[in-house]
Write a protein that binds this ligand. Structure first.
Ligand SMILES: Nc1nc2c(c(=O)[nH]1)N[C@H]1C(S)=C(S)[C@@H](COP(=O)(O)OP(=O)(O)OC[C@H]3O[C@@H](n4cnc5c(N)ncnc54)[C@H](O)[C@@H]3O)O[C@H]1N2
Ligand code: MOO
Length: 399
């Protein structure tokens, strides 16, 4: 059985995820949030597309005082385009199209008006408060590359840049298989039972990572049910199958045997990470992928960050999540050969003067979830450990 290092596992998962990349679809802007750009986003025209006033006040030509024209500057779409002569001024509001020959905008609070003569109460810089056309971007300029996750800022920019709809990657379709005779989905668990920590969150997590949950099934601990769940009609209609639990080697764990039975091949049999080392990644006939998440809940979610996130990122044309660096607030001892993934929180740094540092959350056993519930990030501690105050790698929470 081949155990992968943590970094090698992430990279292999990303590489295999390229194989499930799908087509693209076009959606209106108001349905694009959380989706991924399939193509580069570029401006359709200069931004802004015309010169406007950045302030309420007066468009002026030359140095003051100025003669205030009665006719106001045009409103957008009026068709009139007044031009200022030397020493003339015209009232404007923020966002007004400015008259031709405007040399600056005089803010109303910096002006006095006496019998139609406008004066400045302080020096007026040439070009002050004029929003020139194309100041933010020229026509065809790149606003966001293909692979960008669409959050509010990019969508608003796309709208202002003249887009009505966007070409987005089609999310890879995921089939979820929840295993475990002892797992219940509501009420209080009897001794020997556990409440299901996965089904309320995994569909949301998959959406946040760029995929979509096409179907899900809950099965008991038998080989027959596991085979049907990973190779039935719904499973075959998906590009990624995620199982929870049953990754072990006891007589009640069936995921690995079911993968063999349906002709699948384990590419990653386990990962040198803690928690989550029994996580598995297999290829299935038909180009499908299967990720087996361990049953212990924290281990499962660390395996999502290690295997599912890279696969779905690749499936949406995105690179691996960036491994970031921060200061460690605590010391970590050596752990030869293994990476530790630790839910962590931002705390004041060890000297009390620098930027915030990362410290492990409380309650971070592999069968616990409280640590993750309070976490800001996932610390990634290498086998060499770290001293307090030294740099440490971390991942942003991917969901
Ligand atoms: N002899 C060994 N035993 C175990 C090893 C080992 O190396 N040798 N590894 C341990 C580690 S590490 C993990 S992780 C688990 C992996 O277990 P499985 O993936 O086979 O999962 P299960 O046995 O089905 O369940 C483990 C645990 O998780 C609970 N569980 C399952 N599903 C859910 C759910 N939906 N929500 C909440 N909790 C769930 C289940 O009840 C068990 O308590 O194996 C260790 N053992
Ligand atoms: O994956 Mo297990 O601890 O590593 O729960």
């Amino acid at each position: 059985m081949e155990e992968h290092g943590w970094e090698a596992a992430r990279e292999r998962a990303h590489q295999l995820g390229l194989g499930i990349a799908g087509t693209s679809e076009v959606l209106p802007l108001d349905r694009a949030a959380g989706r991924i750009l399939a193509v580069d986003l570029r401006t359709k025209y200069p931004m802004p597309h015309c010169a406007t006033s950045a302030m309420d006040g007066y468009a002026v030509n030359g140095t003051g005082p100025w003669l205030l024209l009665k006719a106001h500057a045009t409103n957008p779409g009026s068709g009139r385009e007044p031009v200022l002569g030397a020493g003339e001024a015209s009232a404007v509001v923020t966002g007004s199209l400015i008259p031709g020959n405007t040399t600056a905008i005089l803010r109303s609070e910096h002006s006095t008006l006496d019998g139609g003569v406008l004066s400045a109460t302080r020096e007026l810089r040439h070009g002050a408060d004029i929003r020139d056309a194309g100041r933010e971007a020229s026509t065809g300029e790149l606003l966001a590359p293909a692979g960008t996750l669409l959050r509010a800022g990019v969508i608003a920019t796309a709208a202002v840049a003249g887009h009505d709809e966007l070409e987005l990657t089609s999310p890879p379709v995921v089939h979820l298989v929840f295993t475990g005779d002892e797992v219940i989905t509501a009420g209080y668990p009897a001794p020997g039972q556990v409440r299901d920590g996965f089904s309320p969150v995994l569909p949301h997590v998959i959406t946040a990572l760029g995929g979509t949950t096409g179907s899900s099934v809950r099965i008991g601990d038998t080989l027959e049910q596991t085979i049907e769940a990973i190779d039935g009609e719904q499973a075959r209609a998906s590009s990624l199958i995620i199982t929870t639990g049953g990754t072990g080697f006891s007589e009640r764990d069936f995921v690995r045997a079911a993968v063999r039975e349906v002709g699948g091949v384990e590419v990653i049999s386990s990962i040198a990470m803690r928690p989550g080392h029994p996580s598995m990644l297999a290829t299935l006939p038909g180009g499908r992928l299967l990720v087996a998440l361990p049953g212990n809940p924290l281990a499962a979610l660390m395996a999502v960050a290690t295997l599912v996130d890279p696969i779905l990122r690749a499936g949406c044309g995105r690179p691996l999540a960036t491994l970031r660096s921060a200061q460690s607030a605590v010391e970590f001892e050596l752990l030869p050969g293994r990476h530790r993934l630790i839910p962590a929180r931002w705390v004041p740094d060890t000297t009390g003067t620098g930027p915030d540092a990362l410290a492990p959350a409380e309650h971070i056993g592999s069968a616990m979830l409280r640590g993750l519930a309070s976490a800001d990030a996932i610390m990634v501690v290498g086998p060499e450990g770290a001293k307090a105050g030294e740099p440490i790698n971390y991942l942003r929470l991917p969901w």
